[in-house]
Design a protein around this ligand. Structure first.
Ligand code: PMP
Length: 438
């Protein structure tokens, strides 16, 4: 099937950005580690689609489950009714989540998970008689989707600047990478524990008892794959505990095996109060998201301490049968193939491979953790982002490799079924392309 001449009817993110006029990159089919483009090329998937197809593409068990489900029960209304599937799935998910986060609210995307989590946090405090806790704290460069809640707590300027007024009472912690670079430039090696003191600074600006929640991506993806410095997340947890502030981890990217455990929380050994997830929950093949909370938060949100609360929350498609069927088959696939271990098994190999790009022209930083990686390129003077975008475009068209570009960073997050030979291929292609990009 050929690409349409006019792409006007669908606003593809990026086509709006005049800097980035390029031939559309259209994908026709996918299987395992590869996409096939509409012009018939086999393209190695270096990004698990968009951080979501963690088990690789078109896995037979998942395909079969979705097919069977659509033939059996295509939809079940929520609200006083359901199918058994969301209950079965909730039990399975609770086996994977950290600590006591064994209750789930279903959504359809990461953005909805974030908006739901913010609502849950506010309502939780209100139900406990702390209705003055309405302030929210995000991070500079944080990404939490494109809903109004998500862009309010998110900290990427381009995502926010056209859409005000946003949620009131939101502040942003300084980003760890900026803090680190700033300290290094002054000759100070900062520890994560010190960097987390930025939250104390924020608390000191306000009455701590007005703050509802802090939301953080354990690894910030859209900011260019930024790994938390040692001790950072733990110290943030301690400060939240000290002031009765809920800690939300946005695990839309780090959930479902990306960093070597079911959730990043487990890998970093820090349990938040609320986790937002999406993407890998269904291996990307049917839209679904989830918010994980403890029974205490669940009950406060849904009933209040004395059952007095009368609220409405939920989506038409919460716990959709197709999404649940896809998620159950996805979890089976992850378990059967031990895919949550892959990011640890391959961690050293991945690290050596990505660091082999050090010293190439314009490569100014390399970051990796689990099966994520980032290659940061020096911005072209006066045209930030264009060099990385060119590498990304050339990798797709010339190297038959799908990567992700965000700002001056090439980000990588291959499906967890990736093999060493694919890793060699990914960095071989990128090395050639970076070497020859001015
Ligand atoms: N949170 C994070 C950390 C994300 O990376 C994303 C998407 N990349 C979202 C939220 C939003 O998810 P969605 O695009 O499914 O709404």
């Amino acid at each position: 099937q050929a690409a349409p001449d006019s792409m006007k009817a669908f606003w593809m993110p990026f086509t709006a950005n005049k800097q980035f006029k390029a031939a559309p990159r259209l994908l026709a089919s996918a299987s395992g580690m590869h996409y096939r483009s509409v012009d018939g090329r086999e393209v190695l998937d270096g990004t698990a689609g968009l951080w979501c197809c963690n088990a690789g593409h078109a896995r037979p068990r998942i395909v079969e489950a979705v097919k069977q489900q659509i033939e059996t029960l295509d939809f079940a209304p929520n609200f006083s009714m359901s199918s058994p599937l969301p209950f079965v799935l909730a039990e399975r998910l609770a086996e994977l989540t950290p600590g006591d986060l064994n209750h789930v609210f279903y959504t359809n995307s990461g953005s909805e998970s974030v908006d739901s989590a913010l609502k849950i946090a506010l309502a939780y405090h209100r139900a406990r008689g702390e209705g003055q806790r309405t302030r929210l704290i995000g991070r500079e460069k944080g990404y939490h989707g494109v809903g109004f809640g998500g862009i309010s707590v998110g900290g990427l300027p381009n995502n926010r600047k056209w859409f005000g007024p946003l949620l009131p009472g939101v502040d942003h912690l300084r980003h760890t990478l900026d803090l680190e670079r700033n300290a290094f430039s002054r000759g100070l090696p900062p520890s994560g524990i010190e960097l987390a003191e930025d939250l104390e600074r924020m608390v000191a600006l306000h009455d701590a008892s007005t703050i509802a929640a802090v939301i953080i991506e354990p690894i910030s993806g859209s900011a260019g794959v930024v790994i938390p410095p040692d001790g950072y997340l733990r110290r943030i947890r301690e400060i939240c505990d000290k002031y009765g502030i809920l800690l939300i981890f946005d695990e839309v990217i780090t959930g479902f095996g990306r960093v070597g455990h079911a959730f990043g929380s487990q890998r970093f050994n820090v349990t938040p109060d609320i986790i937002t997830a999406a993407k890998g929950i269904t291996n990307g093949c049917v839209p679904m998201g989830a918010v994980f909370v403890s029974e205490k938060i669940h009950d406060a949100f849904t009933h209040g301490p004395d059952g007095a609360i009368d609220l409405f929350h939920g989506y038409t498609y919460s716990g959709h049968p197709l999404a649940c069927a896809a998620a159950l088959a996805t979890l089976d696939t992850y378990a059967e193939e031990n895919l949550f271990d892959r990011a640890i098994e391959l961690g050293d190999y991945w690290e050596d491979a990505i660091h082999s790009l050090r010293g190439l022209p314009n490569v100014i930083d390399i970051r990796n953790f689990g099966l994520v990686g980032a290659i940061e390129l020096a911005p072209r003077p006066g045209a930030p982002g264009t060099r990385a975008y060119e590498v990304f475009t050339r990798a797709f068209h010339e190297g038959n490799l799908l990567t992700r570009v965000t700002g001056d960073v090439i980000a990588l997050s291959p499906p967890l079924i990736v093999e060493r030979q694919h890793i060699d291929q990914i960095f071989g292609i990128l090395s050639d392309i970076i070497r020859t990009t001015a």
